[in-house]
Design a protein around this ligand. Structure first.
Ligand SMILES: *[C@@H]1O[C@H](CO)[C@@H](O)[C@H](O)[C@H]1NC(C)=O
Ligand SMILES: *[C@@H]1O[C@H](CO)[C@@H](O)[C@H](O)[C@H]1NC(C)=O
Length: 458
């Protein structure tokens, strides 16, 4: 091959001094770099074994694929660049037509055994098969990584939370005196790089990447690791729309229900419906939040307190309804009794006629009937003319007396009816309870909401 190229070049340049041609294979041949050359693959490439191999690392965040609160998982997509020196390799670029870099398969040479401490699942994304070799022995390897890592997610402020997740990188078996791991670029540079390269615009906003070096001892050896801390902030919009606002709306509805009249069961039904709607929303929360024992998430407090307040207002409505029913019944009874007694007294006073006794008994009965069953009074009323007719044969003044009695009876019935209506209407004390509770409710709600939003903001 080479002589042919030479001849062609000779022919083309037409007698001018021949230009040397080199291939990458020449470099590999010079370096004895083959898959059989185990010398370059097996051991750490240092001439003096006390020399540490310095590994420089650069990590850039490409995308945040997922953050799962329930399983405490952080899945970033990272781009890692690893650089180290191989002391056995060097060539003079001048000898090889200025070739300064060649790309070689990754398993041709020794590589540092870096791994991520937080990684919980093997990365299955396709691997880049090559790495770059420089004439002075510097090797650059690049890696795309889909890292499924554990991260202690603090959901206390969910959905207004900021999370800090660590990716710690260290050597698996080499301690700090064998492999030193250093960051290639500092925190601000890495942050800027990541900001420029971030592809996704998802739920999470990338804020900052900070790099720290950390030494720890284990088995009497000193291990070094590089910790990349990603600070990310949740965009709360969706959760606010989906969850916080609906609950707030239901709370407003519950507040508004104080203006529904207490009379019939409408208010009660309305409040129960609102309470049910909230409990459906609480199911969503169950899907998002992990089981945590240390610190209650604010959103759980928010839900429980609002739920509790609504329950309290429902109980208040039930209490007022019950008391009103009780009050109206006793009021009715009392009034009817009073009326009857009044009438009896009056009857006793102007009762002189013997024929009047039957009538008196009838009236008393009708009164008692009124007390026991309110409906009876309508049946009693048409009976009166009958009774009237049965004693038609009596004298005129008796008739007049009966007419008078009838009028009194009519008045009694009217009074009874009106007293019943009055009882149905919310009594003064019921209005008072309602008003007091409404003020208490409004104060508690506004205090609680301002407190919890303050806490969320801080
Ligand atoms: C490559 O191997 C040959 C003999 O096999 C040896 O003479 C030469 O020095 C080696 N080159 C390097 C760079 O180790
Ligand atoms: C970690 O250990 C190495 C080697 O012993 C030392 O050079 C380095 O300064 C240490 N780093 C820290 C952060 O202590």
């Amino acid at each position: 091959m080479l002589p042919v190229v030479f001849l062609v070049l000779l022919f083309l340049t037409d007698g001018v001094s021949p230009k040397k041609v080199c291939s990458y294979q020449d470099v590999l041949d010079y370096l004895n770099l083959t898959f059989d050359n185990s010398m370059l693959q097996l051991t750490r490439p240092v001439v003096d074994h006390t020399h540490p191999t310095v590994v420089e690392l650069d990590l850039i965040l490409y995308a945040i694929l997922a953050v799962i609160e329930k399983t405490q998982t952080f899945i970033p997509f990272l781009w890692a660049t690893v650089m180290w020196n191989n002391e056995h390799i060097s060539w003079d670029p001048a000898q090889f037509c200025g070739i300064t870099h060649i790309s070689i398969p990754k398993n041709l040479l020794w590589r540092p055994d870096l791994f991520i401490y937080e990684m919980t699942r093997k990365d299955e994304s396709p691997q880049n098969p090559h790495m770059y070799l420089s004439y002075d022995g510097k090797i650059t390897s690049e890696e795309d990584m889909n890292v499924v890592s554990t991260c202690k997610l603090d959901v206390h402020k969910f959905p207004f939370d900021t999370q800090r997740c660590n990716i710690s990188i260290g050597s698996a078996i080499h301690s700090a005196d064998e492999i030193r791991i250093l960051p290639f670029s500092n925190s601000s540079r890495a942050t800027q790089f990541s900001r420029e390269l971030m592809k996704s615009q998802g739920e999470w906003e990338f804020l900052q990447l900070s790099i720290t070096s950390y030494n720890f001892s284990y088995h009497n050896r000193n291990w070094e690791q590089l910790i990349y801390t990603f600070t990310i902030k949740r965009r709360p919009f969706l959760h606010v729309i989906n969850f916080l606002l609906p609950i707030l709306f239901f709370l407003c509805l519950d507040l508004a229900s104080f203006f529904i009249s207490d009379c019939r069961g409408e208010k009660l039904g309305f409040k129960v419906t609102v309470l049910l709607a909230i409990s459906v929303l609480l199911l969503i929360l169950n899907d998002i939040l992990p089981c945590m024992s240390n610190k209650t998430p604010l959103i759980a407090t928010y839900c429980i307190v609002i739920f509790g307040l609504m329950l309290l207002s429902l109980l208040e409505t039930i209490l007022v309804t019950y008391l009103m029913e009780f009050d109206s019944a006793s009021l009715e009874k009392r009034r009817l009794k009073d009326d009857c007694r009044d009438k009896e007294d009056k009857e006793e006073k102007d009762n002189t006629d013997d024929s009047y006794a039957a009538e008196k008994r009838w009236t008393r009965c009708s009164c008692i009937c009124n007390v026991s069953e309110g409906e009876k009074e309508h049946e009693v009323l048409p009976l009166a003319p009958e009774a009237n007719r049965s004693i038609q044969s009596r004298e005129g003044h008796v008739l007049l007396l009966i007419l008078k009695e009838m009028k009194v009876l009519q008045k009694t019935i009217n009074l009874c009816l009106s007293s019943r209506d009055e009882g149905r209407r919310p009594g003064r004390w019921a209005t008072r309870i309602n008003r007091a509770f409404f003020i208490f409710y409004l104060t508690t709600v506004s205090l609680f909401l301002s407190l919890i939003f303050y806490e969320w903001n801080s």
